[in-house]
Design a protein around this ligand. Structure first.
Ligand code: PGA
Length: 248
């Protein structure tokens, strides 16, 4: 299975910066086409930049960072999955810890968003991961198990869903989980997916949280790591492509 290299640009950059970054990423992929034999790429810019980033895509796929659980109507500020599809997105990140934390998104809402996204032909990247206090209390497996069972909608399968394990304490902090921690959690997630889904063994499980060129090779070497969800390092084409280049 190729690794999925997913960039989560979060709420960064103006139009010029978004276009320049996309051009830079595509230029580096074009200069090193061998990357496409080991990696698939997706970039997830802010909503307002989706259209012009799409205009500058070549080998990468386009993703959004969230979507509504409603199809259309009086939901000020929200964006329907069909609109994302219409603008050229094929992926959508759902249940990112920043949405769970700052927008109080719960598993049931993420589940409803994912179901509608799948119905509209989008591939979801569903994020799970424990808080630092939860890990310290030895509850990381319980937390992730509950997030997985609550957030994955009916009809989720290896074609329309990707899981991203992002320990919240490792996001944007420079701290990464140890290879042993990642191995244990990804094996646990794999087991849960296999129990629930006919094709659970084929569902991609990404790792996220301070992934950078200097630690990517070690992370990609861990069993059941099928790619990375990359925040800070996805804002620099050199780093984003450097991470992809460390896939063996
Ligand atoms: P980070 O973010 O790479 O900056 O830690 C990852 C994410 O939040 O998806």
């Amino acid at each position: 299975m190729k690794k999925l290299i997913a960039g989560n640009w979060k709420m960064n950059g103006d139009k010029a910066a978004a276009v320049a970054l996309m051009k830079d990423v595509e230029g580096k992929i074009a200069a090193n086409p061998g990357l496409l034999t080991t990696c698939d790429f997706v970039v997830c810019p802010p909503f307002v930049h989706l259209a012009w980033v799409k205009d500058n895509l070549n080998k990468s796929a386009l993703g959004a960072q969230d979507c509504s659980e409603k199809a259309s109507g009086a939901f000020t500020g929200d964006t329907a999955p069909s609109m994302l599809k219409d603008v050229g997105a094929t992926y959508v990140i759902l249940g990112h810890s920043e949405r769970r934390q700052y927008h109080k998104e719960a598993d049931a809402l993420i589940n409803a968003k994912a179901a509608l996204a799948n119905q509209n032909g989008l591939i979801t990247i569903i994020c799970v991961g424990e808080l630092e206090a939860e890990r310290e209390a030895g509850k990381e497996f319980d937390v992730v198990s509950q997030q997985l069972s609550g957030s994955l909608p009916e009809g989720a399968n290896a074609q329309n869903t990707v899981i991203a394990y992002e320990p919240v304490w490792a996001i944007g902090t420079g701290k990464t989980a140890t290879p042993d921690d990642i191995k244990a959690m990804h094996a646990f997630i794999r087991q849960k997916l296999e129990q629930r889904l006919a094709d659970g063994k084929n569902m991609r499980i990404l790792y996220g949280g301070s992934v950078k060129p200097s630690n990517a090779a070690e992370i990609f070497g861990v069993d059941n790591v099928d790619g990375a969800l990359i925040g800070g390092a996805s804002l620099k084409a050199d780093d984003f492509i450097g991470i992809a280049a460390s896939v063996k």
